[in-house]
Design a protein around this ligand. Structure first.
Ligand SMILES: [Zn+2]
Length: 70
């Protein structure tokens, strides 16, 4: 696991931002992708995933991923 599809316009800075667990801004703008990128992370520990989770939850777009998230 761990292979993540990068967007076509990704550059080094974009990728670093995407993969950072401490960057809530990108995650809020791209919650779906953040959930994919940080799929191995834990809500409440990884800031990016926590923000993405909350964003999708508020939008009613949250799709439970096999009970991983409590
Ligand atoms: Zn993370």
């Amino acid at each position: 696991m761990g292979i993540v599809a990068m967007p076509g316009d990704a550059n080094a800075a974009t990728i670093q931002t995407m993969l950072s667990c401490t960057n809530p801004y990108w995650a809020q703008e791209n919650p779906h992708r953040a959930m994919q990128v940080h799929i191995e992370c834990t809500v409440g520990v990884c800031v990016a995933k926590s923000v993405a989770y909350e964003t999708l939850h508020q939008q009613g777009k949250l799709v439970p991923d096999s009970g991983r998230v409590s």
